[in-house]
Design a protein around this ligand. Sequence first.
Ligand SMILES: NC(=O)C1=CN([C@@H]2O[C@H](COP(=O)(O)OP(=O)(O)OC[C@H]3O[C@@H](n4cnc5c(N)ncnc54)[C@H](OP(=O)(O)O)[C@@H]3O)[C@@H](O)[C@H]2O)C=CC1
Ligand SMILES: O=C1O[C@H](COP(=O)(O)O)[C@@H](O)[C@H](O)[C@H]1O
Length: 605
Amino acid sequence: MSIRPFLTTHIPINLPPLRPFHTDRMAALTFHPAACFFPRPREAAATTKQPLHHYCSPLRTLVPRTTRPCLLRARSSNGLPQTGGASFGSSNEVLDGTPTGDGAPGQGQRGGSTVSITVVGASGDLAKKKIFPALFALFYEGWLPEHFTVFGYARSEMNDQELRNMISMTLTCRIDKSENCGDKMEQFLKRCFYQSGQYNSEEGFAELDRKLKEKEAGRLPNRLFYLSIPPNIFVDVVRSASRTASSSSGWTRFIVEKPFGRDSESSGELTRSLKKYLVEEQIFRIDHYLGKELVENLSVLRFSNLVFEPLWSRNYIRNVQLIFSEDFGTEGRGGYFDNYGIIRDIMQNHLLQILALFAMETPVSLDAEDIRNEKVKVLRSMRQLKLEDVVVGQYKGHSKGGKSYPGYADDPTVPKGSVTPTFAAAALFIDNARWDGVPFLMKAGKALHTRRAEIRVQFRRVPGNLYRRNIGADLDKATNELVLRVQPDEAIYLKVNNKVPGLGMRLDRSNLNLLYSERYRREIPDAYERLLLDAMEGERRLFIRSDELDAAWAIFTPALRELEDRKVAPELYPYGSRGPVGAHYLAANYNVRWGDITSDDDGAF
Ligand SMILES: NC(=O)C1=CN([C@@H]2O[C@H](COP(=O)(O)OP(=O)(O)OC[C@H]3O[C@@H](n4cnc5c(N)ncnc54)[C@H](OP(=O)(O)O)[C@@H]3O)[C@@H](O)[C@H]2O)C=CC1
Ligand SMILES: O=C1O[C@H](COP(=O)(O)O)[C@@H](O)[C@H](O)[C@H]1O
């Protein structure tokens, strides 16, 4: 829902900030779209069964629009908090605690609002590796509200202390701000609790509800459930938790982890099942690549720099490459992976989401729905992937330097004779006016020679290039290339032709390089931090809407089905190699050379 009418008519934009601003030179007072908004009527209705009122920040209690000023949120332009939690600080409590006097939800609530985050599947890999550490990082940086509680829920028998011990093993302090880290950890762990229960058990979640209420202590309760569990139990959890552990008067949201089905049909079925218990506005489908700094920056780069947007079309761009590689195999996750394969694991979600952001038209605003509307349009303009435009591979065992690396098929959890691809390359097309005929090439693989994720934009050659003699026969070698390196060593660099200093006229291709570690001397937050915070704030921009998901599956489902029906044998590639040569033939069909096979160092022609 657009925030515009509210913005123009109701926000006193000259309000002083709630706390003094940080002196950060990048500080900018920005209106945070989640801070003030009309209620999402269906979400509010579904969760509160109360009359609809205007919210002033979903993390704060309900405040009637007519009597409460909305809060402007101070965020530096690089996303760091300005005041160590300005948006949930004690000033909010003054607002929250004031009786509304009109029967609005929140009246009679004691001491403001609270947020409870329940990590379902707390004993699992993702919870330990990413979710608890991200929550701690948010706490450490002052982004969590004053009143918050973290609960772990899983079948494993554990008490609160055992959960805390488990979590503490993976918490780390910010490299650049390690002071008081031990104290902060202790404070954070004291807010962590555990409830053991079955995933389909309403009693289990009712018990959780009882404990949550105890911690909420009469404050307006807002509840976030993170489903960090295998997909076959998503619906069980949503059914049980929504029935017995929903917030009685605040919001209740569910973050759902991928995979969202394995094709159009199963994804549609999952969506329908979830919607029996939740409305779309309560469902936060996470794609953690959307939370990565460079992916967030894609739109900034494009829409706030005049030099890029005019070039962003078939007129100047020859091809776009989306590349993901990992230098390790499925180690330990073979059982899960075999049911999905690399196309579903990486391409259909992470790479396709990046592609949609890259290729979309300028959205009407930065509002979540405006952005997601544009992404859906791109996805719906895409051609279904054809089998002849796909190459699949699977890694095999390899020995190097006296060390041997197991093949995918050596994993005991992988069924014998599996043809599941651990590598794939694909050529995709967007049949719209902007991108007609431009190949979007994707490449994703496990157990390759390096860990890397990047977007490469190869531009067309300069017509009638005056310097063609200096460049040599292959003019495509001298075209500009813009690279957004998502990870590791985040960077944006542009390959330009340049004169090598000297009396002669020798050219080379050099990089104009924006290396984040040199430019910004601060740690880049993990994607899960950004996404968790957004979910708490009700900011949906970086989450996948159900129509986006449908459109994404429509592109890949036919080719996936054919691959499986025909049991297409993957090309084997050695662990630690650059992947199957078939990927080069596929690119060559479209006159493309993968940008990552040449060195990124500046080089002579
Ligand atoms: N791990 C990762 O890096 C990533 C994971 N994901 C997704 O996140 C979700 C969680 O992943 P991950 O943590 O690796 O998953 P796990 O396999 O570690 O499972 C999480 C927890 O769920 C419970 N569980 C596991 N299998 C079953 C089962 N068959 N039936 C019932 N409960 C079960 C276990 O808890 P208990 O036995 O205590 O109940 C387990 O600790 C998945 O949807 C995954 O696809 C997405 C991106 C990356
Ligand atoms: O979603 C997934 O992502 C990870 C890679 O994430 P990254 O942030 O470490 O790049 C991948 O290993 C996993 O297979 C996949 O499910």
